[in-house]
Design a protein around this ligand. Sequence first.
Ligand SMILES: CC(C)(COP(=O)(O)OP(=O)(O)OC[C@H]1O[C@@H](n2cnc3c(N)ncnc32)[C@H](O)[C@@H]1OP(=O)(O)O)[C@@H](O)C(=O)NCCC(=O)NCCS
Length: 327
Amino acid sequence: MSVKKVGIAGLGFYVPEKVVTNHDLEKMVETTDEWIRTRTGIHERRIAEKGTGTSALAAKAAVQAIGNAHLKPEDIELIIAGTTTPDMPLPSCACFIQQKIGAKNAAAFDLGAACAGFVYALAAGEQFIKGGMYKNVLVIGADLISSYIDWTDRSTCVLFGDGAGAAVLTETKSGGILSSVLGSDGKYAELLKIGAGGSKSPATNETVNAKDHCLKMSGGEVFKLAVRGMSDAVKKCCEMAGVRLEDIKCFIPHQANQRIIDAVGERLGLPAEKVFVNLQKYGNTSAASCAIGLYEAVEQGRIKRGDKICLATFGSGLVWGAMVIEW
Ligand SMILES: CC(C)(COP(=O)(O)OP(=O)(O)OC[C@H]1O[C@@H](n2cnc3c(N)ncnc32)[C@H](O)[C@@H]1OP(=O)(O)O)[C@@H](O)C(=O)NCCC(=O)NCCS
């Protein structure tokens, strides 16, 4: 029996309209546009209006992806929402997305892999199609991290932005996903976390006053582990696909920090013109990062049919993932 090939039939993305520049942040915390640009590469980010949920961003991206795949919402049989910032703890973000787009024939669940959510969700969706359970799977990478940011903490508030990306996976005759590598190392779980609001530490006045519902991060350590984690995952993923690193036409890394991206590119020997970067516009949009990057790389003509491309992600967990795709 031949193994099914799974490819991306349509892509979509959405970011909120409100732009917050580095100069805007200068008015909120002790920072400068120069520091943020040189230490991170970020110029501005998009921030959702209060009261917006992740599903609202994701639904817009999803509608576009389904349209680009020439399908209707009713054709979608499964929605996997890669997110760690669902609208609320219950029900899942995927169910709200389903409600908003009218994908009434779909099963729906969330997949929590932080910034690696999109690649994890693509890999999961691929298996559902390969296994024969579904034909059309909607995969989302979306986060509204701004709801969890301490806007007085300059070490984190300058880094993140809100956004959503979506892809429709279907069976394909040629190309598609060639290999995936997913990894995790829970010994680093405390390095990047939102410490309260879950079952272990539900909301109390104390947790709110201590800002335990905000994202906290040991930036320096995460930086080093991100460089190693993504580089190793990409090497392994290319090996599994039987693709040489020099044959990768476009590399789309997680958009967290320009210096991380440069270090990964250098380790892999990839020239800068093959490395896709859009973090200057959006900052780190967590699970949406690679999804938005993929959309824009295709839109800008940086990816052509038959090209071998590679996605690489990294995030809280710590988790990482890489995927080689023939477009
Ligand atoms: C957060 C990060 C940008 C900090 O850059 P860095 O070069 O490591 O900077 P440091 O943490 O060493 O801080 C250097 C100084 O800048 C200061 N600083 C931190 N944020 C600042 C800001 N926004 N503006 C001005 N100064 C700032 C620090 O307080 C520190 O001051 P000190 O030396 O007086 O203590 C960087 O570590 C990083 O990007 N880490 C990875 C984060 C990430 O990508 N996380 C998500 C993964 S999914």
